[in-house]
Design a binder for this molecule. Structure first.
Ligand SMILES: NC(=O)C1=CN([C@@H]2O[C@H](COP(=O)(O)OP(=O)(O)OC[C@H]3O[C@@H](n4cnc5c(N)ncnc54)[C@H](O)[C@@H]3O)[C@@H](O)[C@H]2O)C=CC1
Ligand SMILES: O=C(O)C(=O)Cc1ccc(O)cc1
Length: 306
């Protein structure tokens, strides 16, 4: 038997629309109701036929749903929580896909009526694109989905949510929310911050024209520009929400960068070589584990042609 029969998705951008497509493909008997604050997105979702119902607002969308998934930018979580709280069905599971977890739990926990189970989730899968046209059904295939159940979470509700994500093709891992935030700060948030920063530096350089940057952009810089093309609202909210963990990792990164700067200045070849060799070993370990960066982070193997 399916863990959930009536699912509501709030927010139909890249992740919400990928979820809808995945549910349609893998769980065709689920009754799917979706909504989005943007009328143009709701209209596009209707055109694309991504759900059984497209509600005008979040409160209407969640009525009778046994699973509600927030797929909006992190900054909108509290407002959505306030909007839906009174209309949640008793026993419903409320979850999300947000890129940071501790603050989300805090923002939503106190709003949940008794008998509703809040279980935050983060599918570690995405692209630099956004909006309902960017989604695709196989986005979660063989990707990690990290669940961060608060203490005292009902084990049956947790098992049902685990079953849901597993049926969508994800590999589920349970983690403490604060630990999740620290891990993702280093593996996802800091790389995005560096990409935004380096692309900004290149475009602001005096003495090097924009057309030179475009013309001579080698592989490494091109990869940074892809990441830096990610949604500005989403990433603004990630950094404001996961502030403490990002600042902690950024401090470590800055110290390590300064050490490399010093090695270059003093011609310390051994330090540079040692550091670069260690990094190469990490890349090899990721590939040996079957987690090529191209497939794990960017979905290039599964995304539709660009
Ligand atoms: N983009 C990515 O690669 C990944 C994103 N995430 C998380 O997924 C969530 C959604 O991100 P994307 O789908 O990429 O963003 P997106 O920008 O493609 O879609 C977000 C949608 O939410 C809607 N929205 C905003 N405020 C709303 C509100 N108050 N009520 C209803 N709808 C509202 C917007 O109109 C938009 O259509 C974020 O929390 C993000 O951290 C998680 C994994 C990967
Ligand atoms: O496109 C990329 O490089 C990503 O890293 C996608 C991504 C973005 C945000 C997440 O929380 C998880 C995955």
């Amino acid at each position: 038997m399916l863990a959930f029969s009536r699912v509501a998705i709030i927010g139909m951008g890249l992740i919400g629309s990928s979820l809808a497509r995945a549910i349609r493909a893998q769980l065709p008997t689920v009754r799917l109701t979706v909504t989005d604050a943007d009328p143009a997105v709701r209209s596009r979702v209707l055109d694309l036929d991504l759900a059984d119902d497209v509600a005008d607002n979040a409160a209407t969308a969640v009525i009778d749903a046994d699973l509600v998934i927030l797929a909006v930018p992190l900054g909108a979580f509290a407002a959505v929580g306030v909007t839906i709280a009174a209309d949640l069905a008793p026993g419903a599971v409320v979850s999300d896909v947000g890129s940071a977890k501790a603050a989300v739990t805090e923002a939503l926990a106190s709003l949940m009526p008794p008998g509703v189970h809040l279980i935050p989730a983060h599918p570690v899968a995405g692209t630099e694109k956004s909006g309902p046209d960017a989604g695709f059904a196989s986005l979660f295939h063989n990707r990690w989905c990290i669940l961060t159940p608060p203490e005292g979470t009902d084990p049956t509700a947790l098992a049902r949510l685990t079953d849901f994500w597993t049926r969508l093709g994800a590999r589920v891992e349970i983690m403490d929310a604060k630990h999740h935030d620290l891990v993702l700060a280093v593996t996802s948030h800091l790389p995005h911050l560096i990409a935004y920063s380096i692309v900004g530096t290149a475009s602001d350089l005096e003495g090097v024209t924009q057309s030179e940057v475009i013309k001579y952009s080698a592989g490494g810089f091109r990869d940074f520009t892809r990441i830096a093309a990610s949604d500005p609202t989403m990433w603004r909210d990630v950094f404001l929400t996961n502030k403490d963990a990002v600042l902690e990792i950024l401090q470590r990164f800055t110290e390590d960068l300064t050490a490399l700067q010093r090695a270059i200045r003093w011609g310390d070849a051994d330090t540079l070589h040692h550091r670069f060799a260690a990094s190469r070993a990490i890349r090899k370990a990721i590939i040996d584990a079957g987690q090529d960066a191209d497939t794990v982070n960017f979905g290039r193997d599964i995304a539709p042609p660009r």
